[in-house]
Design a binder for this molecule. Sequence first.
Ligand code: SAM
Length: 301
Amino acid sequence: MNNIPEFLIEMLKNQYGEQLTKSIIDGYSKKRPVTFRVNTLKTQVETIENKLKEQNIEYEKIEWSNEAFIIKNIREKEIEDLDIYKNGEIYLQSLSSMLPPIILQPQEHIDILDMAAAPGGKTTQIAALTNNNAHITACEMNKIRAERLKYNIDKQGATSVYIMQEDSRKINEFFSFDSILLDAPCSGSGTIDLKNENLEKNFTKKLIDKSIESQKALLKKAIEVLKPGKEMVYSTCSILSCENEDVLNTILKSGKVKIVPIKIDTNIKLPLLPSKIEGTICIKPNELFEGFFVAKIKKEI
Ligand code: SAM
């Protein structure tokens, strides 16, 4: 038995069938290891490897990001006591959550918009990927979360980020961007925490409906302020198609955008769920990954 709302199980079964739903629920129950990203704005991967070895901290690397580390023998609290954490040389981040900025492939010397930025994991990752040489606008509607965003941006030394505390749906169309990340607010159906005693109270159909409404409005705005011929990434930590493929379909039918297929090297081991739109990826929650959806979109010229 578990405390997953019955309606969610039904939605998962309708979308994925019995077998995959079982596997997803099994994935929800896994205690994932601590993972972090090395902040290359402040240090180098080799330096962190040496510091971990000095302190007998066991780790594993992954094939698709040199900066990502999986910690084997200690938990968050002990990591948070380390100088490398306190100095902002590393940023605790789930592996799935590192994918959208990598897929975005942000370039230096361009205007980048992060439309739902707090607490700033992906904003600071974009700053690092562009060596603080891009112009990044990080938009966050919630005041308290915007303060957290500022704290993380300062701590990580992401000097190329300008914070805008604003509802992204209201961004003036006078602005335009070369690259956009929309890591949209969502129900969190990919990251269900079975230990959460309030799960049934917090995870509701209303939450899903509210999320869909803002996802659609945010995506519409993203396309409006994206320069023609340029690309953006849409991501959520939901694995429900109503928050992902269905939201994308609302803009795909306009004919103004197309999906840029995300190419995954066959050597890369990602636990994938079937997606209804070819070229987009949906990650299945398991012992290493949270459930996540990522799509790359190009605005036609
Ligand atoms: N990208 C973040 C990261 O990697 O750390 C996580 C973003 S979280 C999924 C979504 C964020 O979007 C929340 O902080 C929420 O307050 C914010 N948000 C929701 N609706 C928004 C809107 N209309 N405009 C700006 N921010 C919004």
